[in-house]
Write a protein that binds this ligand. Sequence first.
Ligand code: SAJ
Length: 446
Amino acid sequence: MTPTAQDERKSRQRDRRLPFGRISVVGLGYIGLPTAAVFASRGVEVIGVDVNAHAVETINAGRIHIVEPDLDMVVHAATLEGTLRATTVPEPAEAFLIAVPTPFKDGHEPDLSYIEAAVQAIAPVLAKGNLVVLESTSPVGATEQMAAWLAAARPDLTFPQQAGAESDIRIAYCPERVLPGHVLRELVENDRVIGGMTPRCSEAACALYKTFVMGECVITNARTAEMCKLTENAFRDVNIAFANELSLICDKLQISVWELITLANRHPRVNILQSGPGVGGHCIAVDPWFIVNRTPEEARLIRTAREINDFKPHWVIDKVRAAVEQVASARGCVQAEITVAAFGLTFKPDIDDLRESPALEIVEHLTGSTAARLLAVEPNIEALPERLAARGVTLVDADDALREADVRLLLVDHKPFRASVPPVGRGVIVIDCKGIWDRGGQIEVP
Ligand code: SAJ
């Protein structure tokens, strides 16, 4: 950056009275990078930290290593402007935001090792007056645990659990709540829940987020903020499980679940979500387990919802296998002569993200559980992931799949699939998990 650009930025910061001159975002993934970029776009100097050297290089070159609409432009502009810089080694800053993964281990035990590693990385550069905010979706108590790790690493500083409002370091939990695919808009527009370890911690975090948040910044304590994030995703999971359970019931009772939900939702106080092939992504299928793990006796509904949603792909697989058998026996041929085409592989419509996708899981499982030939149609990717390609699945376009398939398996309601209902030839079976080609569920056209 030229001195002139730097001077201009500094004077802009002064003009707008930004509460923090330099912040550091630790973890430059699906949440950390957009957050860093949005802060930087408001004139804040942002140091992004990530252990992945490739990600760091890519960002410093003004490009991105993840998929999110418009993020490339914001990152490009911020690196050009000099407000965003990435590094693998933390540097001093006034505020640190931690946005690292929190997966679970065996037995759905939350894995906080990425948070612990981030804490150990920033501890040496922490200074009196700094704010540390945890954004990662976390089990209740994680913020207190983070504060304890920091206190152990820096006995020369005081923390809220020791010094209350007078602590040297302020600590808060502030969960991200943005929808993949709409991250840049939702980061700015959504309300933010801010749970400081003390009211002064909350105030500091609130001032930080107000740099770009147009929604309301609502203050609570750290535990409630942690539980709030888990509750939002568990609520959605339970509601989808309700729809998925209805889809099994309706299949048995020969009722269209799609028509049923549409009709029930006409009631002014009923709002059922949609059934599908299962629940995917890295949030809704994971976060409810953080509640179940901490309170297994109490979280019975939340656990059951998880089990129902995890069961749904297996139910779909059985449907496909039964359909293959049915077509083969009607034709008097072997199953290897039957073609199944799967429409959609991503974890939800109109994205290219295959991670934790029930559609992908179904197709992969089918490669080992049916002799039928398998085709896949996925308009949002260029090539099949190795785990499908190596097992004989072929990526084709929708027209070829429609022409060749004896069993049409609609898994994701991508826009091109929603555009029209393809005519069904004699003897073809349609298994529509999203109710866009077959509002009556599974039907056989004689
Ligand atoms: N799904 C259904 N039926 C529905 C809606 C969704 O089967 O009616 C399925 C989707 O196909 C997908 C899964 O659920 O497989 C999850 O998709 P989603 O769009 O519900 O959620 P995510 O995982 O993309 O994002 C969620 C959001 N949480 C809520 O809406 C409460 C987002 O706001 C969170 O920030 C995000 O999790 C997160 O990072 O925690």
